[in-house]
Write a protein that binds this ligand. Structure first.
Ligand SMILES: Nc1ncnc2c1ncn2[C@@H]1O[C@H](COP(=O)(O)OP(=O)(O)OP(=O)(O)O)[C@@H](O)[C@H]1O
Ligand SMILES: CC(=O)N[C@H]1[C@@H]2OC[C@@H](O2)[C@@H](O)[C@@H]1O[C@H](C)C(=O)O
Length: 400
C-alpha cells in the first residue's frame, strides 16, 4: 500500500483530527484560515475552533483576481498562471499562520481548501442550451500540499455539480452536521459577497433541510465603494449608507430581475450582481443623478429586503425559527437593523452564540467537508431534489 494511502487510513480511524479550513470568498478581503479540532464525523461531529485569522490580501492579489473574476473575456494565460500561483501563495500563508500559532505542519492532519472562485455559472445564469451547471475555483490543491507538506483536500464544488447540484451553497452540509438542534428550527444566514441561508429543522430530518443563495450580501456595496470611495474597500460600519436616503425608484428597479422570481434553491454571484446591474437599474429608474450616499443607502436596503423576502417566501416551510448570522455582513449595523426591523417575530443572533466566530464559519465548514471526505460518508446529508446531493466532496492531494 502506498504510504500516503496508509496515512489516510490511519487518519480516518482517529477520534479527532486537526484540520485547517480555508475560505477565500468573493469579497477578496483575505484568506480565512481556521484551525479546527474535529471530533468524530457525520452528525456526531464536534468542532472546536482553536485558531482563526484572516490573512489580508495585498493590492497585487486583489488586482490580479479582479482582472479575471466573474468576467467572460479574460486572458487565458493569466488564468493558467494564477492557478498554481494562488495555490502556492495560500500554502505560504498557512505556513506563516502555523508559525504564529507555534504549530508544526506535522501536527496538522489535513488542509481543506476552497480555492478562489473566478466564475460561477449555473444553467440559470449562463443560459447556454445543453450545457451543464458550472463553477470554477483556482489555487490548485497540489501546490498547497507540496508547499506545506500537508495532505490537502480541495475543489469541493465539482462533485456537487456532477451529482446534479449547482456547486453551491455547500455550507448546508457543515451547517447540518454541527448546528442542527432538536430544541429549535434554525436559519443559518451567511452574508459575504453573496447572501445565502440554510434551514435546519428541529426534527433533524435531512430531507427537510434546505439551502439557497438569496441575492447580494456585500458585493454591490463593496464594488460601489471601491469605485467611488477608493482607497476604501467597503462601507465600514455603514457610515456612507447611513448618510444617505433610500431611493424607492432605484430600489424597485434593483428588485425587478427574474432571479428574484425563480424558485429555490438557486445560486448566483457577481457575474450577475455587479456595477453594470446597478447602472441598468439606475437607467431604468432615471436615478443616475443620485448622491453616492443615497445609492449606498439603497444598496444596503436592497440586500436586506431580498434576504427578508426570501425568508418570507419560505415561511411556510420554516415555521418559527431562530436566525444565526455569519459572514462580514454581520458587522454592517445598518444591514442588520434593516433585517431585524422587518423580521420582528424572529430572534436574530450571530453564530458567536453557537460558539463559532461568524467570520470563521465558512472556513470551518470546509474543514468539516474535508473531515467527511476522509472519515464520514455514513450520514445521509440531504435531499438531491433540493440541490443537496448526498456525496463525498473534495479531491485529495498528497505532498509528494
Ligand atoms: N465593520 C464592517 N462594516 C460594514 N461591512 C463590513 C464590516 N466588516 C466586514 N464587512 C463586510 O464584509 C465583507 C467581507 O465578508 P466575508 O469575508 O464574509 O465575504 P466573503 O467570504 O469574501 O464572501 P462570500 O462568502 O460571498 O464569497 C467586506 O467586504 C465588507 O463588505
Ligand atoms: C461559487 C461560490 O464560490 N459561491 C459562494 C459565494 O459566496 C456565498 C455564496 O456565493 C455561496 O453560494 C458560495 O459560498 C459558500 C461558502 C457556500 O457554498 O455555501
Amino acid at each position: 500500500m502506498h504510504r500516503h494511502i496508509e496515512t489516510l487510513q490511519q487518519l480516518s480511524s482517529k477520534t479527532e483530527r486537526l484540520i485547517i479550513g480555508l475560505m477565500s470568498g468573493t469579497s477578496l478581503d483575505g484568506l480565512d484560515v481556521a484551525l479546527c479540532k474535529i471530533h468524530g464525523d457525520g452528525l456526531q461531529s464536534k468542532v472546536e475552533l482553536l485558531e482563526f485569522t484572516t490573512v489580508e490580501y495585498d493590492d497585487t492579489y486583489r488586482r490580479l483576481i479582479r482582472d479575471i473574476f466573474s468576467k467572460r473575456d479574460v486572458d487565458l494565460q493569466q488564468v493558467c498562471l494564477l492557478n498554481p500561483w494562488i495555490g502556492t501563495l495560500h500554502g505560504e500563508m498557512i505556513l506563516e499562520c502555523l508559525k504564529n500559532w507555534q504549530c508544526q505542519p506535522e501536527d496538522i492532519d489535513l488542509i481543506a481548501s476552497h480555492g478562489q472562485t473566478i466564475f460561477h455559472a449555473p444553467q440559470s445564469l449562463h443560459g447556454v442550451a445543453d450545457m451543464p451547471n458550472a463553477t470554477l475555483q483556482i489555487g490548485d490543491g497540489d501546490h498547497l500540499a507540496v508547499k506545506t507538506g500537508i495532505i490537502t483536500i480541495s475543489d469541493f464544488r465539482q462533485k456537487h455539480i456532477a451529482a446534479g447540484g449547482e456547486g453551491a451553497p455547500l455550507a448546508v452540509y457543515g451547517d447540518f452536521l454541527v448546528f442542527a438542534d432538536r430544541t429549535e428550527n434554525r436559519v443559518m444566514l451567511n452574508m459575504g459577497g453573496i447572501a445565502n441561508f440554510t434551514f435546519l429543522p428541529a426534527s433533524l430530518d435531512a430531507q427537510a433541510v434546505f439551502s439557497t443563495d438569496v441575492g447580494t450580501g456585500n458585493t454591490l456595496m463593496d464594488a460601489y465603494v471601491q469605485k467611488y470611495f477608493a482607497p476604501k474597500t467597503y462601507d465600514a460600519d455603514a457610515a456612507i449608507a447611513r448618510a444617505g436616503q433610500v431611493n424607492q425608484a432605484l430600489l424597485s428597479a434593483l428588485k425587478a430581475h427574474d432571479f428574484f422570481v425563480q424558485g429555490f434553491p438557486k445560486t448566483t454571484g457577481p457575474e450577475l450582481f455587479n456595477l453594470d446591474y446597478l447602472a441598468r437599474a439606475q437607467t431604468a429608474s432615471q436615478t443616475q443623478q443620485l448622491s453616492h450616499e443615497d445609492v449606498m443607502a439603497t444598496l444596503n436596503r436592497f440586500s436586506a429586503d431580498m434576504i427578508v423576502d426570501a425568508l418570507n417566501r419560505c415561511a411556510g416551510a420554516l415555521g418559527e425559527y431562530h436566525l444565526y448570522g455569519s459572514g462580514g455582513g454581520v458587522h454592517n449595523p445598518l444591514l442588520m437593523d434593516n433585517i431585524r426591523s422587518q423580521l420582528p417575530q424572529v430572534s436574530v443572533h450571530s453564530t458567536n452564540d453557537l460558539g463559532i466566530n461568524p467570520d470563521a464559519k465558512e472556513a470551518v465548514l470546509f474543514a468539516l467537508l474535508a473531515n467527511e471526505c476522509v472519515a464520514g460518508g455514513k450520514a445521509q446529508f440531504g435531499n438531491a431534489r433540493e440541490g443537496i446531493p448526498s456525496v463525498t466532496m473534495g479531491k485529495i492531494s498528497f505532498p509528494d
